[in-house]
Design a protein around this ligand. Sequence first.
Ligand SMILES: [Fe+2]
Ligand SMILES: [Fe+2]
Length: 282
Amino acid sequence: MALTPQEVIQNLGDLPPLPRIAAQVIRISADSDTSTKQLQNLVRLDQALSAQLLRVANSAIFGMVREVTTLTQAVMTLGFSTARSVVLAASVKNLFSRGPVGPKEHLLWEHALVTAITGSAYSRAMRIPEAEEAFLAGLMHDIGKSVLTMKFPERYGAVLLGLPDESSDGITRELDAFGFDHTMVGEALLHAWNISENITAAVRWHHDPIQAPLEHRRLAALVALGNQLALDLAFGLEQPEVLAGATWEALDVLHLQDASYQTYRTQALAAFEADRALLTDF
Ligand SMILES: [Fe+2]
Ligand SMILES: [Fe+2]
């Protein structure tokens, strides 16, 4: 019997708060006339974020003559949606790196960012209007692993690095060791942060999208495909094969045959290559 988010929280104790700026950025709606202005006003308050946004905007226009020097230019250059993604990613980044940052934490962070980029790229390629949600859900999909690393460094370290064998995947090892897995921890955290049902469910079911409630299944499937592509590209701690089951379910949910999957995968890869600047500048 799976634990409820509340029970998971009780087992975990205090959870990290959602960074203030991230909470505010999530609330800016993409289709309002004032969204760009609102985003700039938020970023302006934070020097590190402003610098980050300018840096990414300048990499995005690499090779062009003029340099991006103001936030207004930066948001115009990147477009609202990418600018918002950069701000979100930058503001949640330190959730992945509390305490000493080793190669493992760094890899978890890169994995999250690549999953965010590729998941939303799949959404765009397939013309599913959930690219923004796919980005945020991708960014957060394994946040439960960061929480577990934070709360139980030794115990979870052993689970995370346990040798993958045929009979036990990471989820099973987590369930055996804790009675819950990283998707349930992620659900509990996003629940506590008041993140939308759709994103919370996608995080909860990214290893098992068919089990998601019908209205959230598509987003869970997009995250699963992004997760797979991230591991295929070697951004992550695990071998790509561990996700075979989840990916198969995702294809089923999205009604994709192998040929169309390969087409969308190629497009998502191309989009990722184009967005690589996001990665190198973090
Ligand atoms: Fe996961
Ligand atoms: Fe993942």
